[in-house]
Design a protein around this ligand. Sequence first.
Ligand SMILES: [Zn+2]
Length: 423
Amino acid sequence: MRLTKLVSFLLILSITFSLPSCISAQRNERSETTNHLAIRAARVLDVTSGQLITDAVILVEGERITAVGSRLTIPQGTKIIDLGDSTILPGLIDAHTHITYHFDETGHFGLSGDATPEVTLKYAAENARNTIEAGFTTIRNLGASEKVDLRLRDAINRGEIVGPRIIASGEPLMAYDLQGASSQVERTAQIRSFVRARVSEGVNVIKIFEGVDDRGSPVFSRPDIQVAVEEARRAGLKVAVHAHEAAAIKAAVEGGCDSIEHGTFLDDEAIKLMVKHHTALVPTLYLPTHYLEHKSQFVFDNSTWEFFERLRSHNLENLQRAKRAGVWIISGSDAVAGVHGHNAREIEWLVKAGLSPLEAIRAATIDAAKLLGMEDKIGEIKEGKLADIIAVAGDPLRDINSLEQVQFVMKNGQVVKAKAAAR
Ligand SMILES: [Zn+2]
């Protein structure tokens, strides 16, 4: 591989030298406008093999990684970013956020709403900056109103706001969306039109709020979910389903959804189904603890607080059983007010639940990329992938908490945060 590269490099060189001077001058100009960078660090974590590459060099051209290895030769004239004694990882991915959620001016959530979507967008932009500076270069945002998530995504893509790449759902499908439907035919029609409306707004994923009614039956049946999945697939989109109770999880999994969000009260049958369908579980382990530890800032009723207590006391053991059975686990923090910029806590909680640090890091990189359908672009430091690169001090395989101390962030080959000086 390296040899072929060297040969083609030499070929390019010889062609350049044999060209008339005006053409070679044009070529030089063009190559000067392309961003050529070399990033050096003591270690790069290959998340796929689990190996640390020492004395690592990553070559970046434009928005992509062109080579990675130990002591690679750096072509002359390349700008070098030396990150010293740090560990480089792929940009982290949070598969479940609420980037538009924030505390109000009094430091509370739930007391008052924003006056306009513009106000929400301003807070969301702040959250986006905190998120990317914490090393999260991609998020999947599951549920936002007034299309603020879509506007934020587009503004980030245009370079107007600094933030992660966003896979956005827009409005989620809720039980009350189908209140007027009196037959299965009407339900089906309304579910289809809901998904089509999101598709025409330009969402990247469909989010459904599943649950159970007073009798314990799923509010969206297996056929309901099937219809949503079918309609989403037509547009090339995946479907994420919020579900806590086993009956709700089973309906969603059998309906063909791609991920179960939370999935707190799994029974053996639900676990078996998730393994069989290779449905991802995004367990959002840290969230109930965040709420309970910041109780004075969140305005919720007693039954909600009791529910968070139940989640907190169940979720570690629940995930341990899922892991033992081989359920596919993905990291998503459910980042609400106060969590933006602390998204790595979820990765730490995955380790608390019994994942090895490497497994937890995979859940927030290559495996999350697969769930998002973006494994050809992100999730690994590998030739051809987008240059989403972060660095932390120390070795996260030994100390997962080091992920909370991100020193360097690059997205699409652009430096977003750097403590080390470039030369
Ligand atoms: Zn959520």
